[in-house]
Design a protein around this ligand. Sequence first.
Ligand SMILES: O=C(O)CCC(=O)C(=O)O
Length: 214
Amino acid sequence: MQLDLLPRKPAHLAPGCVHIPDWLSLDEQAELVEWLRDWCKGGFWTPTMPNGTPMNHPLCGLGLNWKPYEYFETDRPFPARLHFLSCRALEKTLPRYLGDYFPNVAIVNYFPVGSSLGMHQDRSEDSVMRESGSPIVTISLGDSCTFRLGNCQHKDKPHHDIELRSGDVLVMGGESRMAFHGVMKIHANTATASLGMKAGRLSVTIRQTRRVGK
Ligand SMILES: O=C(O)CCC(=O)C(=O)O
């Protein structure tokens, strides 16, 4: 299938999974890149997998940091701006989750050109959050990528490939909260120079890891 020929319009890719292309304006993207520079300064690191190999992209945790497969404390706070941004995304996508949504963590991934992220489920959050379908809101910045949305049972087909471009938002909640997903490819030189980012892609993944008060 020729991905670039598909129209870019808001789409329910599966129940509970919504993609909104061009959700942030270019000015808002540039502003977010600037904020991230400040929030994540000196904070990107490359965790090691349980088999001893390093992950192939660095990340920075805000609110809590993350390594395979657990959260741990960090002195980097979760920015209120990301709370507001993710609520704004939910209003447009899965408003039914807003009443119970208190995000406390953003994992900011930096994907250099040539890196990828294998098919996985996000399982490090408390089971009550996973089972309630608590959404994960992902904002893309910089180079575009091929994102693969799979099914909830296993890493194999059926899956669905979509292009995520800078400014897009993807929300995975409800029935899609436990869908396997991954980043297959980063498309070099697809970012707008005015974003002021070096080559590669940032993804800001905003989530609630535990119930309030836990
Ligand atoms: O970068 C993305 O779009 C997805 C990142 C992801 O799957 C994750 O952080 O678990």
